[in-house]
Design a protein around this ligand. Structure first.
Ligand SMILES: O=P(O)(O)O[C@H]1[C@H](O)[C@@H](O)[C@@H](O)[C@@H](O)[C@@H]1O
Ligand SMILES: [Mg+2]
Ligand SMILES: [Mg+2]
Length: 309
């Protein structure tokens, strides 16, 4: 029988609401900003404070549960997802927005058991929009049910993506040529809100038709990936194959057709997986009929082969 994690979800919502008050209080205040992996990868004391608040509240109620938190990982914790009940937390998604007071900042909390996401919560703090989904039970924004647009025709798509924090030539040339090739399809337009979690919730709420990105982390999208699929959307790897939460690549879309259309024109640049495993080519045996057993031990330099089906 499927365990009902509903009470755990309710607890997650209650601590997300508490954390939001901390974010709102800090939003206007002076901030101490530090750098992480690049001059564009920022972190503040509020990121760390909110993560500590969430993790200590959860530990008190569920002492055996495990955590993958963005700022704990930045401080050296290992982001390996086991079968144990695990909370995957991004305390502030959109830290650059937070620092600049660009009013799109989200708290993202996902909960996985046996490596399967059981619920996801994304609180878009300035908008006061609390998105949530429990596996098999639908997706909601402030308790209103969510459905994606269901769009099939990519030439009518509004697509969200992110610029990310990479500033090296390969990442930036791949990223900008992806935008160029998408616009040439043509599509209606491209937007970047500055938080992957909110981008994906826009797909779930039909405000956009697809989101794609290479370089974000599991904590950015673990919650919103479930919210998109519970809203009737699809979530795939950037190649069009099977989504892998730890791969740092994703397409979330209104339909498989739109996802396929994006997979055909966008390319991935190599980036280290969140779990540190050797990078797997995004080969989905079902999709290409291959019987793959061995992992690919080295990154395919440059871009991944096109996996079209
Ligand atoms: O604000 P973060 O939690 O660091 O997440 C950001 C990420 O740093 C950036 O690279 C982009 O991918 C954004 O979409 C993320 O939300
Ligand atoms: Mg983030
Ligand atoms: Mg963050």
């Amino acid at each position: 029988v499927m365990a009902d994690w509903g009470k755990c979800l309710d607890f997650g919502v209650s601590i997300a609401r508490q954390a939001r008050t901390v974010v709102l209080d800090a939003f206007e205040a002076q901030k101490v900003v530090s750098l992480k992996t690049s001059p564009a990868d920022l972190v503040t004391e509020t990121d760390q404070g909110v993560e500590n608040l969430l993790i200590s509240a959860i530990k008190e109620k569920y002492p055996t549960h495990k955590f993958i938190g963005e700022e704990s990982v930045a401080a050296g914790a290992s982001p390996v997802l086991t079968d144990s009940p695990t909370w995957i937390i991004d305390p502030i998604d959109g830290t650059t927005n937070f620092v600049h007071r660009f009013p799109f900042v989200a708290i993202s909390i996902a909960f996985a058991v046996n490596k399967q996401t059981e619920f996801g919560i994304v609180y878009s703090c300035m908008e006061d929009k609390l998105y949530r989904a429990q596996r098999g039970k639908g997706a909601f924004c402030n308790d209103i049910p969510l459905r994606t647009s269901g769009l099939e025709d990519i030439t009518k798509a509004l697509v969200v993506t992110e610029i990310g924090t990479e500033r090296d030539d390969l990442s930036l040339s791949t990223l900008t040529s992806n935008i160029y090739r998408l616009l040439k399809i043509p599509i209606h337009g491209i937007r970047a809100v500055g938080t992957a979690a909110v981008d994906m919730c826009l797909v779930a709420s039909a405000g956009a038709d697809a989101y794609y990105h290479v370089g974000m982390h599991c904590w950015d999208i673990a919650a919103s990936a479930l919210i998109v699929s519970e809203a009737g959307g699809v979530v795939h790897d950037i190649s069009g194959g099977k989504f892998d939460l730890m791969s740092r690549r994703v397409i979330a879309a209104s339909s498989r057709t739109v996802a396929r259309g994006i997979a055909q024109v966008v390319e991935a640049f190599p980036c280290e997986r969140d779990d540190g495993l050797p990078d797997l080519l995004p080969l989905d045996p079902k999709v290409i009929g291959l019987n793959l057993t061995s992992r690919c031990s080295t990154l395919v330099q440059g871009t991944y082969p096109k996996l079209l089906w």
